[in-house]
Design a protein around this ligand. Structure first.
Ligand SMILES: [Fe+2]
Length: 323
């Protein structure tokens, strides 16, 4: 498998201060000042997972997908080029900003800048030292699962599906056909590292980060309620079982802070069609217009009636069994 997961993201920002505040309050990540125009957000042993660069606008800039080493990176490049995708090798400046050994990039069918890389520095190698999150925090769930997931709005879901599944080696976890087309794609045991949502316009729907302690979802939710625009209220997803909320980040799309995602057993998993909507409860889609929100809430009421539920997915040290 050439692509192992989502490794980093890059954003352009008109106001770095907004990112210092959002990164600290809602994401609870360490803000590292790289230079006057660049800041990095750190959440785990890696030196950075989010790179924010001063620019004219507020927008996503790139998405970095990790490959294991120089050989698998080259194999991934060869595969893309053989399919006619134009691949550009990173400049020294780009490598330095990302703190990676090697990187090449292309455009996916929705024009997102997709970077494939290997060898991202850890904090100690980069000289950043130990991770210091801005408040007491149980840490993020990343490692072999990657930093989280990204959901893209795509105008042509079939073209995007071909790109991610056939050229980037993602596997289909599950999918929705009605009321809209949606595909969840995995690159590791995380249920999805990428999802594709058929939409009238290309863009980013949201980026998700997963925390290890449920309480950290609540603490971030409190901060988001106080100072930021909520996109979706607290709720639990019906397919990856993540308990989460969504807040709008300064780049204009949503960021999801979640907990308790299920992992996929590659040997036994079969892709299924989702026929019960996106959430078991909650996730009131405040960002939608009234009509779409009403429809979404009708779907949710039907799901509640059906009693859809799932056991909690709890990592070691995060629970006591009681009688
Ligand atoms: Fe999500």
């Amino acid at each position: 498998m050439s692509v192992q997961g989502l490794g980093y993201i890059g954003l352009e920002a008109s106001n770095l201060d907004a990112w210092r505040k959002f990164g600290t309050e809602v994401l609870a990540m360490q803000v590292i000042e790289r230079d006057a125009d660049t800041l990095a957000l750190r959440m785990d042993e890696r030196c950075q997972r989010v790179l924010v660069q001063q620019g004219e606008t507020d927008a996503p800039a790139f998405f970095g997908f990790e490959t294991g080493n120089a050989k698998t990176l080259q194999a991934a490049i060869t595969k893309l080029e053989a399919a006619g995708v134009g691949v550009t090798r990173a400049t020294e400046t780009e490598l330095g900003l990302r703190r990676v050994e090697a990187m090449a990039w292309c455009r996916d069918p929705s024009s997102n800048r997709i970077e494939i890389f290997h060898g991202q520095a850890t904090g100690d190698k980069n000289g950043d030292g130990a991770l210091t999150l801005p408040r007491p925090h149980g840490g993020f769930r990343s490692g072999t699962l990657g930093m989280g997931h990204v959901v893209f709005h795509v105008e042509d879901i079939d073209a995007s599906s071909r790109f991610y599944r056939e050229l980037m080696d993602f596997r289909l976890s599950d999918y929705m056909v009605k009321p809209y087309r949606l595909m969840f794609l995995r690159a590791n045991p995380r249920h999805h590292s990428v999802a594709l949502l058929q939409s009238p316009k290309n863009g980013v729907h949201h980026v998700m980060f997963e925390v290890l302690a449920l309480d950290d979802v609540g603490r971030s939710y409190d901060a988001a309620l106080e100072n930021w625009r909520i996109g979706q209220t607290l709720g639990r997803h019906a397919n990856d079982w993540v308990l989460s909320f969504y807040a709008f980040c300064p780049a204009g799309f949503m960021m999801e802070v979640g907990w308790g995602g299920r992992t996929v057993d590659e040997a036994t998993w079969t892709p299924r069609e989702i026929t019960h909507g996106g959430s078991m409860w909650g996730h009131d889609r405040l960002y939608m217009d009234e009509e779409r929100r009403r429809t979404a809430n009708e779907v949710r009421r039907a799901v509640v009636k059906a009693g859809l539920g799932a056991p909690l997915q709890v990592t070691r040290g995060q629970y006591n069994e009681v009688k």
